[in-house]
Structures are given as structure tokens and as C-alpha cells.
Ligand binder design. Structure first.
Ligand code: 4AZ
Length: 501
């Protein structure tokens, strides 16, 4: 095999000519490989012979042009006047004449570049300023056609972005191609069949559908969407493609899955979790029966974890998911669930940007009191410091330690991004895809092995997934809180993957 050493040896051998001063080519010699027959200082005798080979490429001619043969050798190292100090008026005139030409060329080049940029912009961006691009096929669908139930992306992905859940009350909203805004959906004429369709179009399974509630909403602030003619519609797009008043003034609050509920019999203050079902969404992700990371159940099929847990080990067949256990010992004799797919966000291991991934299970988890999904935050939910949160996992009990045998929990607080980005804390390393939580005084934190696991908070009687454990400078050190993937930031990406796969 050729190594770096042998290459260097060959080069140095070939370059022997530059090793000693006397073997260097003389300063004015033309490159010997180009025209070795050319003399350095052509004399007056036999000029034809001298230039016979130089019609197409003549280094000798250029040497004549740029090397005055009569120039005295400067032995005093004085400075020769440069071009801008040239006092010869003839030279000055010729240079001045060149400026308009150079200026002309520069302006022409700029105009050509500008025209090319405008054409590219027109075809790449401008043609879709009045609309949205389909994700899969890049086709442009105008805002007025988006979600109108007729003009779909060729691959059918525009109607999937027509619904979203808003706020901690799960208000159903639809993108209106009339107002070009997200609008609450009027409950007049709504039914479960429509509810199931809306959940499915957002990315949930029909089988997890719970139901809907009517939610009072003031007509002055909401421009609701409802079908005006038949109230027995079972066609979602037909139902929603018309705008109208909403006689009942009630909006639809839609539950696509039972989430965020747990068994509230915790021993407060304890760090070891002693009963099952307290954190029923917590899972252990293992390879060859070794705990590597945590994760959170969001549906019977889908687990949220950290991208850094899986990006070097992204073969789904290697992983097993253990749900509903408190100790690693219990998992040793359990079967676990196999994984069919791993989807990793655009994770940057250098900066930890976008540290989120999804695992899809081969078969759905059976939902019990010990295995339940946590709620994904809805649009419009903002978790701000110093909101109280819990982080859980089988991670190390101190920086550099091995995984804990029993599930641990820690109560921490959200830390605002400005503080977390300040110089003594993480000095501008915290981006929008991250969220900080912990205690600036140190002592309580997530640690190695907790990665991918949940950071949750309770609001409106439900537990919501605020973050996935991502990174930190050691564990529980002063001014070095834990950093978590910002789940609210990743919502669109998560739903998109759940729809796609
Ligand atoms: C880790 O290496 C890790 N203190 C997880 C969390 C924290 C630090 C490191 C936060 O998986």
C-alpha cells in the first residue's frame, strides 16, 4: 500500500534540482519544460532561427516585452517607480484611454449577471410568491387554491397541511384559501367522521381517534369555516371549502389521541421513580440489550428521540424499544418492540442543531396504564421560563458515570434563551432548535444515557413534550444546564414524517 511517507520520498527525489542553490534555474530562464531551445538574452544574429518556434506561443516575446534588456542592474536596492508613478506623459494617456474600456467591461458583466439573477429568481421564487410549493414535487399551488379541495399537489401533499391543532384546548384550525389565514372550524354540522378524516390528514392513525368537543368562540374574532348547505356531509374538503357564518359560535376542539395522562401517585421529592405509570411515555432504546438512550411515546407507532442517539446507528433492525418498565433489569428478560424505520432530522453533530429523530415501531404499542403517549404541543403553545418541567431517564447519576438501574426523575425549570446564550453559560451556542432547562446553580440535571428522553411540563391538566434530552457541558455543573431539542420548533417536521410514513 502506498503511504504518505512513500509519496513524500518520491517527490523529494524528483525535486532534487531545488535542493542546492547552484542547481536552481537562473532567475530569467524560461521554464525549461516549455521551450528549452530559447536563449535567455537573444542576440542580433540569426533572429529567424531564434523565433522559428514561437509563432503560437512565445515566452521569449513576452520576456522581451516585460524585461528591458538594457536595464541597469539595481545594486542599491532603491525602489523603481511603479505604474502609478509613471512620469512619462505618453504612458499616462494610453492608461487613461484604457479606463473607459475596463469600466465598460465591468458594467457589461454586472448587467449580464443581474439579468441572469433576475431570470433565476423569477423562475425559482417569484412564480410562487403568490402561493406555496408542494413539498414532494415542488409544484406551485396558489394561496387561493391551497386547501380548496380541488387543486392538489400532484403527489397529494397540499391538503395534508390544511389542518392544525391550536393551543392547549386542541382547537381545530384549517387554512382558509379565502382569508389566507388559519381559521377555527365551526362545529355546526361537524361529526366524528369528519373528525377522523382531519386527524388522519394531520398524521394520526384513525384507530387512536378520541372525539371532538364544541368550544365557545366569539364570532367577532373568528372567521369560521363551515358547510352551508348539507349538514350531513362526510366529505371534509366539501365541508370546509366554503366560508360562512357560524350560527352556534362554537368551534371544534379535536382529540386525535388520548395523551398526556399519567398516574399521579408520585413520591414528591424523590428522584427514583417507584411506581409504573408515572412517566408512561418514557422508553428505553437499546442495542443488543444495552441501554443507550431514552425516548418518548407520542402514538402507539411513533417514538421521539434525539438524532445524536441514532445518527451513527441508523439501522432500524439494530434497535429494540422497551416501554412500561422501571428498571433495566426487568428489560433484560423482556421482549421489547422492534423498529421498522428511523427518521433523522438534518442533525449537525458539530453544533447539535436539529437533535431530533423519530422511530416507527413494527407493531403498535399496547396502550395500558403503564404505556401511554405524551401530548405533542399544539401550535400557539409557548413554554417560557421559569416554567416547571420534569426530565426522566436511566442516565448516569454523575458526569461520566454508567446508566442508572432504576428510572430517575428530576424537577427543573426552563431557562430563557438569552440567559442560556450568555457568555458564562453557553455563549451563543443555543439556537432556535434548542431549549435550556435545569438549575443555573447546578446540582440537578439530565446526564449521559438520558439523551433522547422526555422533558415534560403539565398544563391544562395534561403533560406535554417540551423537549428531547440533547446535550450539555457535563452534568449538573453550575451555569451548565441541560440543553433539549425544542419540540415546539419541530412540530411541522414531526407531523410531516408521521403523514409520510
Ligand atoms: C449526553 O451525553 C448528555 N447535562 C445528556 C444530557 C446532558 C449532558 C450530556 C445534560 O447524553
Amino acid at each position: 500500500m502506498q503511504t504518505a511517507d512513500t509519496i513524500y520520498d518520491n517527490v523529494s527525489h524528483l525535486n532534487y534540482g531545488f535542493q542546492h542553490e547552484e542547481q536552481r534555474p537562473p532567475p530569467y530562464a524560461p521554464p525549461s519544460g516549455i521551450n528549452p531551445a530559447l536563449p535567455q538574452y537573444p542576440g542580433p544574429q540569426n533572429p529567424q532561427h531564434l523565433y522559428q518556434n514561437s509563432e503560437r506561443y512565445s515566452p521569449a516575446q513576452s520576456l522581451h516585452q516585460y524585461t528591458p534588456q538594457t536595464a541597469a542592474v539595481n545594486t542599491h536596492h532603491t525602489v523603481t517607480p511603479g505604474p502609478y508613478l509613471d512620469v512619462n506623459p505618453a504612458h499616462k494617456v494610453s492608461r487613461r484611454k484604457k479606463w473607459p474600456i475596463i469600466l465598460g467591461i465591468v458594467i457589461t458583466l454586472l448587467v449580464v449577471a443581474g439579468v441572469i439573477a433576475v431570470v433565476l429568481w423569477f423562475y425559482g421564487v417569484f412564480d410562487c410568491l403568490q402561493g406555496r410549493r408542494c413539498q414532494t414535487d415542488n409544484e406551485c399551488v396558489s394561496f387561493s387554491q391551497w386547501c380548496d379541495g380541488e387543486h392538489n399537489c400532484p403527489s397529494g401533499d397540499n391538503k395534508t397541511q390544511c389542518f392544525r391543532l391550536f393551543g392547549s384546548n386542541f382547537l381545530l384550525q384549517m387554512y382558509s384559501n379565502v382569508t389566507l389565514k388559519w381559521e377555527n372550524v365551526c362545529s355546526d354540522g361537524w361529526n366524528d367522521s369528519l373528525g377522523m378524516q382531519a386527524c388522519e390528514e394531520m398524521g394520526y392513525e384513525r384507530s387512536t381517534y378520541v372525539g371532538y368537543e364544541e368550544f365557545y368562540s366569539s364570532a367577532s374574532t373568528d372567521y369560521m369555516l363551515a358547510k352551508t348547505d348539507s349538514l350531513s356531509s362526510s366529505n371534509l374538503t366539501g365541508f370546509l371549502s366554503k366560508t360562512s357564518y357560524c350560527p352556534s359560535n362554537k368551534a371544534v376542539a379535536l382529540k386525535c389521541i388520548v395523551c398526556g395522562q399519567n398516574r399521579e401517585t408520585r413520591i414528591v421529592g424523590g428522584t427514583t421513580v417507584t411506581s409504573k405509570g408515572v412517566w408512561p411515555w418514557q422508553v428505553s432504546l437499546q442495542i443488543s440489550r444495552r441501554h443507550l438512550c431514552g425516548g418518548s411515546v407520542i402514538t402507539p407507532y411513533w417514538i421521539v428521540t434525539a438524532a445524536h442517539c441514532v445518527h451513527e446507528n441508523s439501522d432500524a433492525r439494530d434497535w429494540t424499544v422497551y416501554a412500561g418498565y422501571l428498571t433495566l433489569a426487568e428489560m433484560q428478560s423482556a421482549t421489547g418492540n422492534s423498529v421498522s424505520r428511523i427518521v433523522i432530522h438534518n442533525f449537525d453533530p458539530r453544533t447539535n442543531e436539529n437533535d431530533i429523530a423519530l422511530m416507527k415501531l413494527n407493531s403498535p404499542l399496547t396502550i395500558t396504564t403503564n404505556v401511554r403517549p405524551v401530548c405533542l404541543p399544539n401550535k400557539g403553545m409557548y413554554f417560557t421560563a421559569p416554567q416547571e418541567c420534569y426530565v426522566t431517564g436511566w442516565g448516569a447519576l454523575f458526569s461520566g458515570g454508567s446508566p442508572s438501574q432504576t428510572l430517575q426523575e428530576a424537577k427543573i425549570q426552563l431557562i430563557d434563551r438569552t440567559t442560556c446564550n450568555s457568555q458564562p453559560v453557553y455563549d451563543r451556542q443555543i439556537t432556535d432548535t434548542m431549549i435550556c432547562a435545569g438549575k443555573l446553580e447546578g446540582g440537578v440535571d439530565s446526564c449521559q444515557g438520558d439523551s433522547g428522553g422526555p422533558l415534560v411540563t403539565k398544563e391544562n391538566s395534561l403533560w406535554w413534550l417540551v423537549g428531547d434530552t440533547s446535550w450539555g457541558d457535563g452534568c449538573a455543573f453550575r451555569n451548565k444546564p441541560g440543553v433539549y431539542g425544542n419540540v415546539t420548533y419541530f412540530l411541522d417536521w414531526i407531523y410531516e414524517q408521521m403523514r409520510k410514513y
